[in-house]
Design a binder for this molecule. Structure first.
Ligand SMILES: Nc1ncnc2c1ncn2[C@@H]1O[C@H](COP(=O)(O)OP(=O)(O)OP(=O)(O)O)[C@@H](O)[C@H]1O
Ligand SMILES: [Mg+2]
Length: 172
């Protein structure tokens, strides 16, 4: 995979013009909690601008999760994603959407938004067995309840090209 673009790498380009030399990309992560999405984003997509719903949750409520804040978290996530995608080509950066995105319905919104702004949607499917995600989840600082993990696992619809992705990258 070609290295993702980042505005910080445009040293010397003071006009702020299209610096990527190609269409900007939106990497849509998919994976159940604990699968390794944020780790992958940090390690492999470190050059992208990252939109994390978990970080918004923490910012908005001060907690890892608070049910009453969910509608606001989703609204803020959409607003941030929209404004970034609107500028990604002109400013020259790629974006990664770090959220579970386990259903086609969730992904469809992100794909449509990317297309609207001429950004290429690419899927990264963090495809690890349930037991692996459950173990990673149990061993980290922020532990998602097992029942939530099971629910996401049940809902999981593996991403496919027919949803409109340019590419589906499967990692595990
Ligand atoms: N490839 C890997 N090998 C071993 N451990 C990993 C790997 N990827 C992630 N981990 C570990 O697994 C745990 C969960 O990873 P991470 O937080 O990236 O998951 P996530 O998919 O972002 O979860 P969530 O949806 O809850 O945010 C972390 O402790 C991380 O260090
Ligand atoms: Mg994460």
């Amino acid at each position: 995979m070609e290295r993702p673009g980042h505005p910080g790498r445009r040293a010397g380009d003071e006009r702020g013009g299209a610096a990527l030399g190609r269409a900007a990309r939106l990497y849509v992560l998919t994976g159940i909690p604990g699968s390794g999405k944020s780790t992958y984003a940090r390690q492999q997509l470190g050059g992208c601008v990252r939109v994390s719903l978990d970080d918004l949750r923490k910012m908005m409520s001060g907690l890892d999760y608070h049910a009453e804040y969910e509608p606001m978290v989703i609204a803020a996530g959409k607003a941030v994603l929209t404004s970034l995608l609107a500028q990604a080509n002109q400013m020259g950066f790629d974006v990664v959407l770090d959220a579970t995105n386990v259903t086609r319905r969730w992904r469809a919104e992100a794909i449509a938004l990317a297309r609207r702004f001429g950004v290429e949607p690419r899927s990264v499917f963090v495809d690890v067995p349930y037991e692996v995600a459950a173990r990673r989840n149990a061993e980290r600082g922020r532990v998602v309840p097992e029942e939530v993990l099971r629910r996401f696992h049940r809902q999981l619809e593996p991403p496919s090209l027919d949803e409109g992705f340019v590419e589906v990258i499967r990692v595990g």
